[in-house]
Ligand binder design. Structure first.
Ligand code: HGA
Length: 611
């Protein structure tokens, strides 16, 4: 979602800020802006609704140079996406703030600050922060002290960057619920909401922790923790991520990421498989002991990660014999839950900063779960740091907003969890595990075969060019795969798509079926196939057009109104991973035909760091 970049240096840092914002563009945003303490000794800002390119154009017309500055890409939560609501926000002419997150007590603070004589120039919750700091600055006379006093009165979530013309020797930062990282240079330092924004200037980073406040100077960084004590945060050298920067031979990041799946799945598996079994220690040193005690699993996630969790429920109950519940984080976090004894609490998130999932984890700590486990793609994320156990998916940076390789690697990680739990709980026969381990090793090859369907799926996509609605059907563990297929299609092509368990068709959605409503089905050759075939007949009988992704052995063939695309054979347990690929390709090619912004679909953001 929104991005923050800040810099303090001896050189002009305008280009660093703009480049940093560009690197965060993939997260989705609606406006952009920057504020500089200019070489003329005053604070100036430029803001634009729309893309960073608009901001860049404005900066060409009105060049700004300075050695201290903050910049932001905004994804509106409070107030329309417009120039007046874009960050940085000012208090008077001497103080500027950018903010990621939501201030929940903004109404109350706004009234108080108005009473103190502050005039508001935007509709955002953020603006209360800058006036509050200004008010404290007047009382205390020091910017760092003013920031500390102001954040003590904020409720909600924030990652903040603050600069002042009165004390231009420092760039200030505060973190609570929204990530911030300091980039360390030589005689210059930087700040960002994601280290990706600063890879151009440094590879050394310091991650702020919850409640931290930082005073960043050119040659020194001071940090205070939640209790106000001075602390040192470890400096981390960052090696990953270089491959994310360009699309290579591909037209979009999404297509590149779809095609990366064989190699990233290989990476997910690396170091986690023994000869015949999954290495339980891959989940953490205490995993073997904890897993043996697990009697229930509670999975919490959002969006695509939630679909991964739903697939895992079928696996965990069938292969590991462990009862499993799956819930979307935004519901779970506000619900009174009854926790069964010895329940493992599992969160799934690509970024590890998903606000609802993180909040659910934090709440869960009070509920007496046995332990928490994060399935995540970012080693340095809050979710990983705050969980007892973790399994990194190692998918590499995912730039396309619509998740692809993050999903399939999550599924692989969840299959590893299933096997590890099954064995340690004594529920999984060693031969079955050895067979699944063998098939997991072959999975990258099968994924490569599925990608060879690219051209065929591109052709099938033409059937959707004029359509406005689509149904996706699946049974068993393919039902969440159908849900993920529908989500992908609506995210990037803006076609309304809904997924149903195929058996539910006649309980309502069949009423929608006619020649204008294509029905997409995933049909591996399993014990539910015959049931699924009857459901497909129900669609054909109403004139509905069928697009069926099926195993060659499924006995399904092309016919009038039925388009069958054969998917390479794989054992049933791994079929959800393989059948995801043609559905990703389908949504991609439909979106390309529709001419939408595939990598940055409208209204959406990559890592959803606000509620
Ligand atoms: N609440 C602020 C910042 C929004 C945000 O963090 N989006 O990801 C606003 O609406 O400007």
């Amino acid at each position: 979602m929104c991005g923050i970049v800040g810099a303090i240096a001896e050189r002009n840092i305008t280009a660093v800020l703009v480049e940093g914002l560009k690197r965060l563009e993939y997260r989705g945003y609606d406006s952009a802006g920057l504020a500089l303490f200019t070489n003329a000794g005053i604070l100036e800002r430029v803001r634009r609704a729309g893309k960073v390119a608009e901001l860049e154009r404005a900066l060409q017309e009105q060049p700004l140079a300075g050695r201290l500055g903050i910049a932001h890409t905004r994804w509106a939560t409070h107030g329309a996406p417009s120039e007046r609501n874009a960050h940085p926000h000012f208090s008077g002419t001497e103080l500027a703030v950018v903010h990621n997150g939501i201030i929940e007590n903004h109404e109350e603070l706004r009234q108080r600050l108005k009473g103190l004589g502050y005039a508001f120039a935007s509709d955002t919750d953020t603006e209360v922060i800058v006036h509050l700091i200004d008010h404290k600055l007047k009382e205390l006379g020091d910017l760092t002290a003013a920031l500390k006093a102001a954040v003590a009165e904020l409720h909600g979530a924030y990652g903040l960057a603050v600069i002042s013309a009165r004390q231009p020797d420092r760039l200030l930062a505060a973190r609570s619920g929204s990530p911030l990282v300091i980039g360390l240079g030589h005689g210059e330092n930087f700040l960002a909401s994601d280290q990706l924004a600063l890879r151009q200037v440094t590879d050394r980073f310091m991650y702020l922790e919850e409640g931290d406040i930082a005073e960043i100077r050119r040659d020194q960084v001071l940090i205070w923790d939640q209790a106000g004590n001075p602390v040192q945060r470890e400096t981390v050298q960052y090696h990953e991520g270089a491959e994310a920067a360009d699309k290579g031979e591909y037209r979009h990041f999404m297509l590149k990421e779809i095609h990366e799946q064989p190699s990233v799945v290989q990476r997910t598996l690396e170091g986690r498989l023994g000869q015949q079994q999954v290495l339980v220690d891959a989940f953490g040193p205490q995993a073997a002991e904890l897993f043996a005690r697990v009697r229930n699993v509670q999975i919490v996630a959002c969006g695509t990660s939630y679909h991964a969790g739903m697939v895992a429920r079928y696996w965990l109950e069938e292969l590991a014999g462990v009862p499993c519940q799956v819930e979307v984080a935004s519901e779970f976090r506000y619900r009174k839950v009854v926790v069964q004894p010895d329940t493992l609490f599992v969160t799934i998130s690509q970024s590890g900063e998903t606000a609802d999932t993180l909040a659910a984890l934090r709440n869960a700590k009070a509920f007496g779960y046995l332990a928490s486990l994060a399935i995540c793609n970012v080693a340095t994320s809050s979710l990983v740091r705050e969980s007892d156990l973790c399994l990194l998916t190692n998918a590499g940076p995912e730039i396309g907003v619509a998740s692809t390789k993050a999903f399939t690697t999550q599924l692989v990680a969840l299959m590893l969890l299933t096997l590890a739990l099954g064995r340690t709980r004594g529920c999984l026969n060693a031969d079955v595990e050895a067979g699944l381990v063998r098939e997991l090793r072959r999975l990258p090859t099968h994924l490569g075969e599925a990608l060879a369907m690219d051209r065929t799926v591109e052709k099938v996509a033409e059937l959707f060019a004029e359509k406005h609605h689509t149904l996706f059907l699946g049974r068993g563990a393919q039902y969440p795969v159908a849900m993920e297929g529908a989500l992908k299609l609506k995210e990037i092509s803006y076609i309304h798509a809904e997924a149903y368990p195929a058996g539910e068709l006649k309980h309502g959605p069949l009423a929608l079926v006619d020649a204008d409503m294509p029905v997409v089905t995933v049909a591996p050759n399993n014990e539910l196939l015959e049931k699924l075939k009857s459901n497909l007949q129900e669609v054909r009988a109403r004139g509905g057009e069928l697009i069926v992704f099926a195993d060659a052995q499924a006995g399904l063939d092309n016919g009038e109104g039925t388009h069958v695309v054969h998917v390479p054979h794989v054992i049933d347990a791994l079929a959800p991973i393989l059948y995801t690929v043609p559905l990703q390709l389908l949504s991609y090619y439909v979106a390309v035909l529709k001419g939408t912004d595939v990598d940055q679909p409208r209204n959406l953001a990559k890592s959803v760091t606000v509620e």
